[in-house]
Design a binder for this molecule. Sequence first.
Ligand code: UGY
Ligand code: MN
Length: 254
Amino acid sequence: MGYRNDLLSSRSIIKHGSYALITPEGLVNNVIPYFEKCTISIVASPKLGASFVQYLVKMEADGKTTKGFGGNGIETFVYVVSGNLTVTVDGVKYELAEGGYVYSPPNLSMILENNSNNTTELVLYKQRYIPVEGIKEPWVVCNNVNSLEAIFYDGMEDVTMIDLLPTDISFDMNFHILTFKPGGSHPFIETHVQEHGAYLLSGEGIYNLDNNWVGVKKGDFIWMGPYVQQATYAVGYEPLSYVYSKDCNRDPEI
Ligand code: UGY
Ligand code: MN
């Protein structure tokens, strides 16, 4: 079924070192050691200009990792987009359903297993932790976004925000979910040092990336590099929602 049925085209945009929009139609499978029965796309990595690595994973029934993911200075995070997942960190098992997530600190690693009968979709992430003298290391976090409070974003009732990790200075990263009702938008076009790896969970939007307005929708991945201009208007009939990473709480090295 490989034959094309129209001229080849793509909505993806890749600007190395600046930003990238990666749409689901163009994803290819990247085989990674110790991931079994998984279809994996590495959507952000230092090769793109990102300081972290992010993956979109489809883990089949009985799929699993056969070795710990992360550890030795690498912190990791997994978010369940759909399906079920068992995550083991430091000998403790966490059972996740849709919206569930686990953060594993840099001294530990995580084992992922799909013990259900259906495919599970995941957003997976790793980055090198930046330790700071006198500040204790972060700890394991497991929760589900459905049990967290969404707060109005910048006082706007049509945009809500959820913080997935503690805002404690021990953490040098966080994940958040931003949700815009149709017509809702950022209050201004942001320009900031932090990077984002964003996976779109629902809806449609017109997104400003480096001052280019592009259409985005459910299933897209966006990498926003340091200082790249960014903001969106939600359009269409459903809320636009995305789960995204953000580095925080650290002073850049010179
Ligand atoms: O947290 C953020 O910086 C977020 N408002 N950025 C974004 O949605 N592009
Ligand atoms: Mn931002």
